[in-house]
Write a protein that binds this ligand. Sequence first.
Ligand code: COI
Length: 358
Amino acid sequence: MKYTFNLQLTSNPKTKPDPSTLKFGKVFTDHMFAMEYSTGKGWHDGRIVPYGPIELEPSSSVLHYSQQMFEGLKAYRTADGRILLFRPYKNAARVNETNERMCIPQLDEELFVESIKALVSVDKDWIPTTPGTSLYIRPFIFANENFVGVAPAKKFNYIIICSPVGPYYDTPGGGLLAASIYVEEEYVRAAAGGTGYAKVGGNYAGAMKAQEKAAKLGCDQVLWLDAAQHSYVEEIGTSNAFFMIGNEVITAPLLGTILPGVTRASVIELLQKWGVNVVERRLAIADVLKAHEDGSLKEIFSTGTAAVISPVGKLQFRDTEFIIGNGGVGELSQKLYSEIYGLQTGRIEDYMNWTVEI
Ligand code: COI
């Protein structure tokens, strides 16, 4: 351990929820991690304290110009009682890619991972073990200077909170559910040169309008197209998107508008290991629809930390609905989900060397 953190335990531990009732992100554990940054002093005062409200002045810069970022990863308890994090150093590297884009100071990768380990160790009894559950870890950093001029802040807060979660999508028994997806041609998520590759709240706030529109049309999520031509597929909702056409599995390349997802990278690495032809290239929505017509479009699925793998059962383009595969959970989607969730929970021996034990 390179870092030590002060620890103040809660005197009011909360009652833990019944794991069978867990939703995504509604319940929080007893403690949180907090640390501050100021120019000259750097990151300092890392500590674990009881989970609770934080006080901000109304002039706090994050409330005005959204200079902030967040991460998301999960901890799992194995059948033999070990606690595993899934590829936390990938998140640590992404923190600094995001921070660089957002003029937020760099955070030592070891500090990031050690702060997570320290908090999860204190709240380890909150890690649920029923199928489909995990402890979702949400680290975030925000500018906190009492100044309403537009400039990078000189003071930041770094906080981590944890939430015992059930499946991201509400399915009986935590199984996979095929989603319906609306192809969004009006709104865009990210343009070249923007913040699409960074994990910042603004990307998600700007996407809510399209999500609301999709929901009104009876769809679960949107399929985002590129901002320049509204032609090429990019992401699905808050996740990366994969298309299986013939024997090829295609996903959008990381050209600045796509979030470099940890699950995305894991799917690519697994498919390569399995000898599946996986390629990162631009794919036009017109070619997806053509492949549907000639029968070569086999599966569509999205990948993310929250849901792991989400199969797509239906695509809506303008007024037409296209059923993908048999409209249910595709074979590859199911296989990827079982393998990745198996590795995450220690049910499958970690032959990829992805998990980090606490
Ligand atoms: C994910 O983990 O898949 C996400 O990006 C969703 C999260 C923002 C709740």
